[in-house]
Design a binder for this molecule. Sequence first.
Ligand code: FHN
Length: 628
Amino acid sequence: MRTQFSRTRRRVAGIALLLASALAATAVPAAVAAPTEPPAAAATTATTATTAERPAPTGPGTDHATDDPFTADRTNWFRQDRFGMFIHFGAYSNLEGEYKKADGSVCRDAEWIQRQCDIPKAEYEKQAATFNPADFDAKAVVKAAKDAGMRYIVITSKHHEGYAMWPTKVNDWNLRDHSSFDKKRDILAELKKASDDAGIKLGFYYSIWDWHDPDFPDPATFPKYEKRMRAQLKELVDNYDPALLWFDGEWDTDKPNNPWTAKDGEKLEAYLRDLDPDLVINNRVGKRRVVDGDYGTPEQEIPGAPVDGQLWESCMTLNGHWGFARYDTNWKSSSTLVRNLLSTTSRSGNYLLNVGPDARGRVPQPSVDRLKQMGDWLRTSGQGEAVFGARYGGLVEEPSWGSVSRKGDKLYAAVTQWPASGAALHLKARTDFRVTSARVLGSDQKVTVTKSGDGIDVKPSGAATNDTATVIELKVDPGPTARPGKGKGLKQEIFDNADLSGTPKITRTDATLNHAWKYEGSPAASIPSDQFGIRWTGTLEPRRSETYTLTTVSDDMARVWIDGKLVIDSWTPHEPKIDKAQVALTAGKRHSVKVEYAEQTGEAHMKLLWSSPGQEQQVVPATQLYAR
Ligand code: FHN
């Protein structure tokens, strides 16, 4: 359980981080509202929250990009752990996926059942009053996650139905005040303790879209809902110290109308970052875009490659439903699930796999069985090395016969289509590298590796070790990587117009092009949040000699020159957008770089990232940027 001290420490650290990033730009420190001490827990009535709003950073000079999620300590656990358990559990679970309508017909859905089956509010509240998940066993849930090899858990604290799964003081639509459950119990506290005891991170899913709160649908009353939502989120952060918040229900929709906007997301994210600078937050806090939160959230699918500009996590069901549905026995095989995990890892993504406890709070046995089988595969012969702490292979193209992840100086080729006797597995190289040794995990068979055409041939001499995936470990020499540079950042000229005309108002060194001014912010307190421009100039020093992918995340306009050549031209106003260029760079060489950016109106974002076969995606670090 969080102590007041630990949160204060976090917040102090957070301010230091904000100021450090501001000072690093040798700028006037961003106008960060010095958070006041949190108001004493306000006494609240059952239906409204009076917790005072804390002034989150905003206004000219505010920059919400306080670190790079690709390299920050704050996100390190998320980038290493790779595999998590999603839990969909709410009042909907009490119906177990079926509702008998007045006309005798049976309507089926899971966590959407109230809306999809048109259950009247009073009727839904009546059934929720009988909800009694007495058999919910946090230790058993955490054991199932550990047995699977899962490193973090995300549970629905409040789904679209608006029903809180913790004893919130904000209203009485919750598991404590509106159920038949033991009023002395708190399942989120039980799960927090069991997760802490097991060394597993705990996060909360929280739906912005709320079908129950009367103030939600009408934009005129929506601020009242927002106040209650923030009060609930503060309860979750203060009382359970989550590592992660998984927002959902951010999209434009009706029944009920959803007034949520990208600007609302900016304000909520700023509020949460101020509340706890360590939080990892997904992109559905805003509008599920590359500039929202710390990571993208593809659902029921796996992107075909690393995602540009953002970390990512694919969430999936074990059968066909998120919430429990007693009739849904369409369980994925453990082999499919392991292969999904290997695919996400090999593209630098995470896999969040869902379980849906039943009305009594029990995780279905077929779920538990498959999770155990996944863990058994991961624990066999060190095969988990291909997942935990691993990432995009980078040095080779993804093969058709499986996937390739990288961990340090090893590539892990997870083979799902074992070659015929005497045949080889071909890997197309993306850069020069050498294989210094090769072995099949769980077998002492000989493996030969030879250069072949556009890459290498890997020839095992024996049989696959299992039907799911046999892992071949290739120890590699990735070729020379220069020591980190001594750069401090690029020269930055800031104009108070979007034409970059006239004399720059501010000239300074900018450590990294990693900025999220969003709607209200700007590069300095003296620069308005609209109609400003920036030119960065200097040199960029790569650490490897290979083809780099330069990626910009920009809103409104951006363009990039390398060695005098225009390589990214995105000079027409746009919403948050990714642009990329392939550029051959030479290790240790100072390549001239110029970046121009313009903000006309609305949101303002500018990031410059790079990646290469031997360099994982990151914001181009200051050490590799020089003002001349
Ligand atoms: O509507 C929800 C759905 O019920 C479920 O929670 C998934 C899980 O990510 N998210 C939304 C659909 O995108």
